[in-house]
Ligand binder design. Structure first.
Ligand code: TGC
Ligand code: FAD
Length: 392
């Protein structure tokens, strides 16, 4: 087991733009990750299983619903605090961040925004502590980038609905107590339905065989004539815009998280380059290695500035979906590129599990695909700036 020596990098003195509370929240999350997760994360990734004993601790550092009001069990923090927590979690592992961002942005967020008061009271406090975990079912086997084509549907039956269909690639599904499921009603309109474990006909088989995001559990959601009370339908919003608005929140968290993964790769690469000697001197002294390291901190710094600005805009309710898409796309691409470059700085050691870089690199292959692929986010930006829709 390797000691986690990470100390953070702040080349542009960005800490000066944060409040004392932001720094405290960030440092608390960092310390918790170092103590509780770093020692076990390689083992969890090798076993391909999310370490569930971490759930109460994630709740305690405010990783579940940081911006949900305290009256519902959330931490009542701002968007920058949320981002900083996601950064610290993904600094350790994208799967750790995934578990928390799905719970916060894709489960608690829609219940908070579109749920009835009864739904909020029933679900949010338990989700905030991690006593209950949730998952978000949008993607289907035949509808990934095009969720509007979903075929999961329900029909009314008295005070209930009868739900049929299947979702695929669902983070947290194998162990979640409930799922926010997006399904079409008899008129073909998309609604959010809160499906609870134990409802007859509802199953969540694990998806096996991932080479990426191994420390996060991924599964399917199968609905075989599942009877759900109508009171479990989210009343506040319908249509594709409802799930897409949740994605805005999650994509924003990913933009911060990817910076964390990049920072960890840079940190390891820099430390290794200063220590490793070849031809009688540290490899950090060779121009080719300096190019990799200098470009890495440059790209990280640019991403930090963009993401902090979007955080400010989100705090003011002014960030657009397209701005968030740009940050998600840029930052994940930046992180994956830095992971590849830093792996090379470590030479052969770069492929070993003694160092986190190969794990980050493999994880980021999921992150660049989920929550909208790299291509889809480019098309969102293209649509926004030209007014021309290139999706279809
Ligand atoms: P389109 O016709 O453009 O839009 C339909 C309606 O939605 C509105 N809208 C949005 N509303 C809120 N937020 C957004 N970001 C929105 N984007 C669009 C839009 O205004 C419209 O409203 P209305 O009132 O006119 O009906 O929809 P489209 O069918 O053309 O699709 C557009 C596209 C391709 C951009 C979208 O569907 C998309 O983003 N596709 C990517 C799918 C995706 O990101 N899936 C993610 C699944 S969840 C996941 O991956 C979790 S991983 C979690 C983890 O482990 O961290
Ligand atoms: P497809 O949509 O089939 O895309 C295949 C390729 O075609 C991509 O390169 C794409 O960019 C390209 N493409 C598609 N449409 C266009 C177009 N119009 N123009 C140009 N190129 C296009 N989903 C959930 O609902 N909940 C979750 O919790 C969740 N967790 C996930 C966890 C993991 C580990 C992974 C890998 C995925 C997860 N997803 C989840 C699903 C994820 O959101 C989808 O994988 C993603 O949206 C892409 O869909 P797809 O895999 O079906 O690819």
């Amino acid at each position: 087991m390797r000691t986690d020596l990470y100390q953070g990098h702040d080349y542009l003195l960005m800490d000066e733009l944060l409040t004392e509370e932001h720094r405290l929240i960030r440092d608390t999350a960092r310390a918790w990750v170092k103590q509780e997760v770093s020692p076990i994360i390689e083992d969890a990734a090798e076993r391909c299983e999310f370490p569930k004993h971490l759930l109460p601790g994630l709740g305690e550092i405010g990783a579940f619903g940081p911006y949900i009001p305290e009256e519902y069990g959330g931490a009542g923090l701002d968007q920058i605090a949320y981002g900083l927590i996601m950064q610290e979690l993904e600094r350790c592992d994208s799967g750790l961040r995934s578990t928390a961002s799905v719970q916060s942005s894709l489960v608690m967020y829609p219940i908070w925004k579109y749920g009835s008061e009864e739904q909020k009271q029933k679900f949010l406090p338990k989700l905030a502590t991690g006593e209950w975990m949730g998952c978000f079912g949008l993607t289907e086997p035949d509808h990934g980038s095009n969720p509007g084509g979903m075929t999961t549907h329900y029909k009314e039956d008295g005070d209930d609905i009868i739900l049929n269909g299947a979702k695929m690639w669902i983070s947290n599904a194998p162990f979640a107590q409930m799922a926010v499921v997006w399904a079409k009603n008899e008129e073909g309109r998309i609604h959010g339905v809160l499906v609870e474990r134990g409802m007859e006909g509802f199953s969540t088989p694990t998806m096996k065989g991932k080479w990426s995001l191994r420390a996060s559990d991924t599964g399917e959601l199968i609905f075989d004539n599942v009877r759900v009370p109508k009171t479990n339908i989210l009343p506040g919003r319908s249509g594709l815009g409802a799930p897409l608005s949740c994605l805005d929140s999650a994509r924003y968290g990913i933009a911060w998280g990817a910076i964390g993964a990049a920072l960890d790769c840079y940190d390891v690469g820099l430390r290794y380059a200063k220590e490793r000697k070849q031809f009688g001197r540290p490899i950090a002294g060779f121009q080719l290695q300096q190019k990799k390291l200098a470009e890495a901190i440059t790209e990280i710094s640019k991403a930090q500035l963009m993401t902090l600005r979007i955080g400010q805009l989100r705090n003011e309710g002014r960030a657009t979906s397209a701005q968030i898409s740009m940050a998600k796309r840029n930052n994940v691409d930046m992180a994956i590129h830095i992971a590849r470059e830093m792996r090379q700085v470590l030479g052969g050691m770069g492929i070993m599990n003694e160092y986190p870089i190969m794990r980050h690199m493999a994880n980021l292959e999921s992150v660049i695909t989920y929550e909208g692929t790299h291509d889809i986010h480019l098309l969102i930006t293209g649509f926004d700036i030209t007014g021309e829709n290139a999706f279809k």
